[in-house]
Design a protein around this ligand. Structure first.
Ligand code: PMP
Length: 443
């Protein structure tokens, strides 16, 4: 029996009357008949309004690190509610949480809180401009850093003829001032020579290098240690602030994020998703001399920063991540899931590889993972695209877009999610193989 989405479909039609696309974020629109509406989430699972149950590997694009409605975090959040909300004044807890972040992430010498990843990255870029006096920035091709005007640009590799020079730069959205285009430069991941070339040519304009060394919005494609080291040195050489965007990797791939995994320090870094297990709170942090610019010429703040509920949730979430083995069990679950998937795919002779970290791994249908966005574009992802909807039918919710990694939470490791996931995966692979054999689409 295929799953029924009747109520979701009705809801979508109704919602279209009041909400553009029927949703509150463009990425939640999955098409006329496929946009689902959620009744509730618990642990690593979601229930839609038709009553379908899913083991969820999207986890809200990463915030669910412990699981939905985690009782420990929710209890802290309820106590945070008693504190009273926001006061346009500070509370003692802000210092306590900042201290924890500095302990977990050595680069975070000083800390400021915001509400979303977008706000944190925006603050980091402003700080970098203030510190260097240079307005432009470099972004890694395929990277995503939020919904503000300075970062909603991309290098159009697809339409690009290399004979014409650098790839053209295009806006991701209408309504973005064209004057900002000249501030955005792009570089492919894992090509230090290219980065150096951009810096040699434009360093007098470039104040920041914005990088997600494990690209949480691009299949978890990962920088090599040599590349990160070279990039770090180039930033120092050309007086460019290295901003490491850990909105997805932070407090997930290690207590100290991707910086701990790779053994280097950012000048500034940004965190959001896992900080409060889904409560809206984010962080911009970094070198003391740069962070002290806040209050010394640089503005940062906002009515809702450090809302008492989100802050209390963050305090509890970070305590759990720091002091328990939650991250270890998340990684072990991810490894076991990848091993199981590998066996299923290997037994059927399907070439594949995993990219990134098991807590947010990208599944790729080629024996070697992509090295950067250009590789990813040239790869064939029809197998993934065909398989994802089958998994949804079978109660496993992965992102339909193969660029999104599989997010694991602690709650997955605490029930029978692994066995159920692998059984569904095996079925979905077989159905996908049949579909592809019966069509012109070959893996
Ligand atoms: N940076 C990265 C690396 C992200 O993955 C995201 C969100 N997916 C953002 C920034 C923006 O965060 P938010 O959606 O909370 O504004």
């Amino acid at each position: 029996m295929p799953r029924s989405l009747e109520r979701s479909k009705l809801q979508h039609r109704k919602a279209l009357g009041k909400l553009p696309l029927g949703v509150s974020s463009n990425f939640r629109y999955w098409g006329e008949d496929k946009t689902i509406y959620i009744d509730h989430g618990k642990g690593g699972r979601l229930w839609d309004i038709d009553g379908n149950e899913y083991i969820d590997y999207r986890m809200g694009y990463g915030p669910g690190i412990l699981g939905y409605a985690d009782p420990r975090v929710d209890e802290a959040a309820r106590a945070g509610m008693e504190v009273g909300g926001v006061f346009a004044l500070s509370t003692e807890r802000e210092y306590e949480v900042a201290k924890r972040i500095s302990k977990m992430v050595p680069a975070a010498e000083l800390v400021r809180f915001s509400n979303s990843g977008t706000e944190a990255v925006m603050a980091a870029l402003r700080l970098a401009r203030a510190h260097t006096g240079k307005d432009s920035h470099i972004v890694v091709e395929g990277g995503y850093h939020g919904v503000f005007d300075s970062v909603l640009w991309y290098a159009d590799i697809e339409e690009w003829d290399p004979a014409t020079g650098d790839p053209p730069i295009e806006a991701d959205s209408e309504g973005i001032p064209q004057v900002l285009k000249k501030l955005a430069y792009f570089t492919p991941l894992n090509d230090a020579d290219y980065l150096e070339d951009v810096l040699k040519r434009h360093h007098q304009d470039i104040g920041a290098f914005l990088i997600e060394p494990m690209m949480g919005n691009c299949c978890s494609i990962t920088a090599t240690l040599e590349y990160v080291k070279a990039a770090r040195e180039l930033c120092d050489k050309y007086n460019v602030v290295m901003i490491v965007d850990e909105v997805k990797t932070g407090f997930r791939v290690a207590r100290g994020g991707v910086q701990e995994l790779m053994g280097f320090k950012a000048d500034l870094c940004t965190f959001a998703k896992a900080v409060g297990n889904g409560y809206p709170i984010s962080v911009v942090a970094g070198r003391e001399d740069i962070m002290r610019r806040i209050g010394d010429g640089v503005i940062h703040g906002g009515t809702y920063t450090c809302h008492s509920v989100a802050l209390a949730a963050a305090e509890k979430t970070l305590e759990i991540l720091d002091e328990t083995d939650a991250l270890e069990s998340i990684a072990q679950y991810g490894e076991a899931m990848q091993r199981g998937m590998s066996e299923i795919l290997g037994n059927r002779g399907i070439a594949h590889s995993f990219v990134g970290h098991p807590a947010m791994g990208g599944l790729f249908f080629h024996e070697t993972p992509p090295n950067n966005y250009r590789d990813w574009l040239n790869s064939d992802y029809t197998f993934y695209d065909t398989m994802a909807p089958e998994l949804h039918e079978l109660g496993v919710l992965c992102e339909p877009d193969s660029r999104e990694p599989w997010f694991i939470c602690e709650a997955h490791a605490k029930d029978d999610s692994l066995t159920t996931t692998l059984a569904a995966f095996e079925k979905a692979v077989d159905i996908t193989m049949d579909t592809m054999n019966n069509s012109e689409l070959k893996p």
